[in-house]
Design a protein around this ligand. Structure first.
Ligand SMILES: *Cc1c(COP(=O)(O)O)cnc(C)c1O
Length: 719
């Protein structure tokens, strides 16, 4: 049943000479291979941009005469042949890192479960960093040759699309995924019927079909409950990310965890490593225990075995932020299941809770922690915070002995590197630097890049961002219904020579997007300084039910609109991977102001650093490990505050001081005769040298393999 070259579901009727573009469009390998993207751009760049860089939509809509003419374009055909050759070599490679390092484990399977996957803007089944990390994990698993498969949901309404009213209020618009233009392949049995699994929920059976996404050598299976067999409400179960309705949420999580295991079984998999990216999928452990109890094991025996190859990654340093359910819902959804596990109600509830306080909630990460032997946080500081937070689960141990380690997050380098920067690295670092990105030694070559070449690329990327803002505003203006103030807010007064700061992420309140406004007058003086102006670009969504988050957006938008700010504050609507890429490549400084220690890791700053954007951030999450005194700027130190108002006051003052005294002068004043900011460029080189290898998913996934997966796989208990 496990198929490598599965038939793609569309017939594009392409000219034979370039027929394999169809295959390329159905393997997300193109997302991180810029030569492959370049093919579509060469055919028709405006159409490529208009269609959100979606190759399937592109091949559907491109005029046939244009395609035919490409078959006479020798330059294009040359590029095409090279890309196809590279693609084939990639898919067939036998000498991958994993196979060479662990030849005895090459037939094992690693299952990776996540509520969201951020692979590309054209498949928006992600909300934020958790999903992007999952997407980057899969891409890297493919690069390294891991025998890994992913399991998640196809959300036909995605998260949501954001627009901001003239008054700064976030409005949500529905998104509809066009299935016929998504890189998803319906799985069917040999009679052509959709492959489906089912789960029992109270009073109903829910069915889900399975779609496959090809990500290089790795497959991602996405469950979809929008089937006629299901009740109307269950058809909506997999339609949207992060519903606020707890009954929807628990049904979703049962479907993901228990249904996901069934889907893998149906497809013929017997994974020996089960990785839960956050607690949403933790019910998978129960399904595996039930399977083993079906073979005569007791609960004790089965849970003891299952734990040995479960891996759990926690991402949430705030107790209230953890995914949890009221006990009445557990009663409703699990009273049929605990007898099968031969557990009493108390024993079952206790799996997701602390015995003394049960009656409170059933906490998914608790379930995951109890049923996994391999547990990790996502940065060094987050490791400390997690051991402290979960110490009560191991009452006989000290904080340091709590068995939760950390593996610091990373980013998939080839997804996030700007094309021009990639070319520069190929020229000066190493022609195949991407395959060695995690080797710190190659980065010593950074000194070989001439300052003027590096600066030319940085300027190019900032211009590209400026042009994007202008073009987006122009299109919306032409479409009508866009107030002039919204045109200004989208960045049309931006210019490519001023120091430009980026701030983009989810608008959760702890991220303090409004910290920079604490002293409004002082900020205004900084921004509007005639000789040394500063531009700040904001972007990001607040969860539709997060009223405080939406108020922060409004507060920012009102400042953006304030004519006295001169159009130098900008808000880009509808943050997604496309805007993220433009920003982390195009600005000069990447600002991050979480209220320490609430940022488990953060990854956008890693993307910025890779592209030579300097981080200016609270010493929280990854930056506490990334900052080395000369590769950017810190905000605050390791102080722990009791009073958050005091913390905000101190952090904001340091923010202004550093901006005024260090960052702005370094950018504007220390220019050489040929107008190069040499000291700034030295910092850029230092940030790339020190951060690019360390915060790559190539380093991260190898760590998962070496420290978690191999230990789990060698238990080999499912065989
Ligand atoms: C990288 C990324 C994130 C994560 O950013 P943080 O630094 O973790 O806040 C969120 N959304 C998108 C679209 C991203 O590309």
């Amino acid at each position: 049943m496990i198929q490598n070259r599965i038939k793609i579901p569309v017939n594009f009727s392409l000219p034979r000479r370039i027929q394999r573009l169809s295959e390329l469009s159905f393997n997300m390998w193109w997302v991180w291979n810029q030569d492959a993207q370049q093919l579509f751009r060469l055919i028709d760049k405006p159409l490529w941009d208009k269609l959100r860089h979606n190759p399937i939509a592109f091949l559907n809509q491109i005029e046939r005469v244009r395609l035919t003419s490409m078959t006479n374009d020798l330059y294009f055909l040359d590029r095409y042949d090279a890309v196809i050759k590279k693609f084939d070599q990639y898919l067939e490679a036998k000498n991958t890192w994993f196979e060479e390092t662990y030849p005895h484990l090459k037939d094992e399977k690693i299952a990776y479960f996540s509520f969201e996957f951020g692979l590309h803007e054209s498949l928006p089944v992600y909300a934020g960093g958790l999903g992007i990390l999952a997407g980057d994990h899969l891409k890297t698993a493919s690069d390294l040759g891991l025998p890994l498969v992913g399991v998640g949901f196809i959300y036909k309404n995605g998260y949501f699309m954001q627009s901001i009213t003239e008054d700064g209020w976030q409005e949500t618009r529905n998104f509809y995924l066009n299935f016929s233009e998504a890189p998803i392949i319906p799985l069917t049995d040999n009679k052509g019927n959709a492959l489906t699994i089912s789960i029992d929920l109270p009073g109903r059976v829910v069915f889900a079909r399975i779609w496959q996404v090809n990500i290089g050598r790795v497959f991602l299976y996405l469950l979809d409950s929008d089937l006629e067999e299901n009740a109307q409400s269950d058809r909506q179960l997999t339609s949207r990310l992060y519903s606020n309705d707890l009954e929807v949420r628990i049904s979703q999580e049962i479907l993901l965890g228990m249904g996901g295991v069934r889907a893998l079984r149906l497809l013929g998999y017997s994974p020996t490593v089960w990785h839960m990216n956050e607690g949403h999928s933790a019910f998978l452990a129960l399904e595996r225990i039930l399977e083993m109890m079906g073979n005569g094991k007791t609960f004790e025996e089965a849970s003891g075995i299952v734990k040995k190859n479960n891996v759990f990654t926690t991402h949430t340093p705030v107790p209230a932020g953890n995914d949890q359910f009221p006990i009445w819902l557990i009663d409703k959804y699990f009273s049929q299941i605990w007898p099968k596990l031969k557990l009493s109600r108390d024993e079952f509830v206790n799996l997701g809770n602390q015995s003394q306080t049960w009656g409170d909630t059933f906490v998914m990460p608790v379930l995951a922690l109890k049923l996994s032997d391999h547990r990790n946080a996502v940065s060094e500081l987050h490791g400390d915070v997690s051991r402290k937070m979960w110490n009560w689960l191991w009452v006989d141990r000290t904080e340091d002995e709590v068995p939760i380690t950390h593996i610091t997050n990373g980013i998939h380098t080839s997804t996030w590197i700007a094309r021009q920067m990639n070319l520069l690295f190929q020229k000066y670092i190493s022609p195949n630097w991407l395959e060695h990105v995690d080797d710190p030694e190659i980065w010593e070559n950074i000194e070989k890049i001439p300052d003027h070449e590096l600066w030319a690329v940085r300027k190019h990327l900032k211009r590209k961002l400026t042009v994007h803002c202008n073009e987006t505003a122009r299109i919306k203006w032409q479409q009508g219904g866009f107030h002039p103030v919204q045109v200004v807010a989208s960045g049309v007064l931006m210019e490519p020579y001023s120091l430009t700061i980026g701030f983009a992420r989810r608008f959760a309140t702890y991220k303090r997007a409004n910290l920079v406004f604490r002293d409004y007058e002082r900020l205004m003086n900084i921004v509007t300084n005639e000789r040394k102006p500063v531009q700040i670009i904001f972007s990001g969504k607040a969860h539709p039910a997060d009223e405080p988050g939406k108020l922060i957006i409004q507060q920012i938008y009102r400042a953006v609109k304030d004519a006295k700010m001169g159009g130098r504050l900008i808000f880009l609507e509808d943050y997604d991977m496309n805007i993220a890429r433009l920003l982390v490549q195009g600005v000069d400084v990447w600002l991050n102001t979480p209220r320490r220690p609430n940022e488990a890791s953060g990854t956008s700053g890693m993307k910025a650093a890779l592209n030579g954007v300097l981080n200016f951030s609270v010493l929280d999450g990854w930056w506490r490990e990334g900052y080395n005194g000369k590769n950017g700027w810190p905000i605050g130190d390791d102080t722990e505050y009791q009073d958050i108002n005091q913390q905000d006051e101190i952090d904001s003052r340091e923010l202004y001081d550093t901006l005024e005294n260090d960052i702005i002068p370094l950018y504007y004043d220390s220019r050489s005769a040929d107008n190069l900011p040499n000291e700034w460029i030295a910092k850029i080189k230092e940030t790339i040298r020190s951060n690019a290898p360390k915060f790559s998913t190539r380093r991260m996934v190898k760590e998962y393999v070496n420290r978690m997966y191999v230990g789990a796989a060698e238990m080999n208990v499912d065989k």
